[in-house]
Ligand binder design. Sequence first.
Ligand code: BES
Ligand code: MN
Ligand code: ZN
Length: 503
Amino acid sequence: MGFRIGVADVRLTYHLRPMYTRISTGPSRSALTAIPIFSDAPALPARHARAPGAAEAMRTFKGEVGETVTLGHMMMVGAGRRADLTLATVRTLGARLVRALDRVGATAVRLESAASLAQGRDRRFEAGQAFGEAIAIANWRMDAFDGTATKREPRRPRLSVDADDREFADGMARGLSIGASVNEARRIAATPPNVCTPDWVAAQCRALARAYGMRCSVIPYAKAKALGMGGLTAVGRGSAHKPCLVLLEHRPRSISRPARGRHLVLVGKTITYDTGGYSLKVNNGMKGMKYDKCGGAAVIGAMHAIASLRLPLHVTALLPAAENMVSDDSYRPDDIITMHNGVTVEVTNTDAEGRLVLADALSWACRELEPTAIVDMATLTGGVVTALGKFSAGYFCVDDGLRERVEEAARATGEKVWQLPLWPEHREYMRAQHADIINSNPSREAHPIQGAAFLAYFVDAGVPWAHVDIAGVSSSETPSDLCVPGPTGWGVRLLTSIAERMA
Ligand code: BES
Ligand code: MN
Ligand code: ZN
């Protein structure tokens, strides 16, 4: 679609198109019928083959994944080769379908032959869930900051989705809900740093807690200083927007039998802006650093999901929130700071700030929360972007049980992780001359591992812990199957799935 400004025809790119305000499940009499069609036999099911125009519409249709063709009140959606069907196919298909529905102005859709998208009878729920997640994620765009210069068609008020298979439809409802949590993370991530300050993050968490029956409390700057959180306070003190540690606790009345005595702690790096500090980011390397809070945003999104799904498990989220700025009160390279657990750190680079704020949160969690597992998520290193790009997150975990859960969750959600090593020699590599450890080795060797090795000094031995470096996957400037350019909400589904596996 296009509209005119002066003489030029301005074509809106597809990602600027408004889509649906609300997506819900349920039947509707006016529903358009969507039919998955495999490329092995790219033909309409017999019951539809004689519809007027069918032969014409199907002439060029190949059934490739996500390809769509509309015929009256029907929309055919390509599903690729039947033998190649995976959950990834189902996600692509869901994402393409919702865009196509928006294009034709549909307000309701019913998926026929939904069970054909599952790899077997007992997999219909998970196929439905993947489908629902994709629909919700593909539907999202950020328009909260549209001003008077943006002329768009209004969003379509609602889309209702249904499927002809009960299990699939139930999974779809769960997927739509989890997708909404992913989008909540993206909304926070996309909020600009002049609005999204540490206090703003705290306010968002308070509102979330109120809406979903969680407990929220905030350790403000002064209290953090008093508690000896030398990392969080050093990183955040140069900003007019002072740092804080936000706690969000989901403690449901009913705890499942396997979850009794378990306490999962999620920690998210929440740097609302990373200028690098005095080790300033140069050559516009700062641009996009509003996304340095994506670890925290993913944790908030996961808490949104965990609470709205009422997972029967005790989960606490910690968000060390700070803005890494330059001022006459900022911390500097060569400072030596004492962290919450008494470890002293010689600051070699103020741009390695994420590990400093995470360290205090990890140490505080170990001392105060009796965690039985900790997972932290952080946009920690450029090195992990170089190594793994946007294909997967890098992760570290030396506990077999937790590693198994993380990898299962990654397989189930499609949020891929790749393990990197964390050995005693990596920890030794972080030793300092005039303090216990340095925050970054001046040699850039093994960069993502340095971050993990640093953090390892702040987790008590015996507490299963995983560190997930999402610097590459948390945002993208190019569109993907599921996401428009911008924040991806990566990690919400992974963390939620990890929690599900413990409940
Ligand atoms: N937030 C950055 C890491 C980052 C880089 C995230 C690119 C997303 C995209 C982190 O705080 C950082 O600055 N890391 C430095 C550390 C180094 C200077 C010691 C890095 O990885 O280059
Ligand atoms: Mn940095
Ligand atoms: Zn950072």
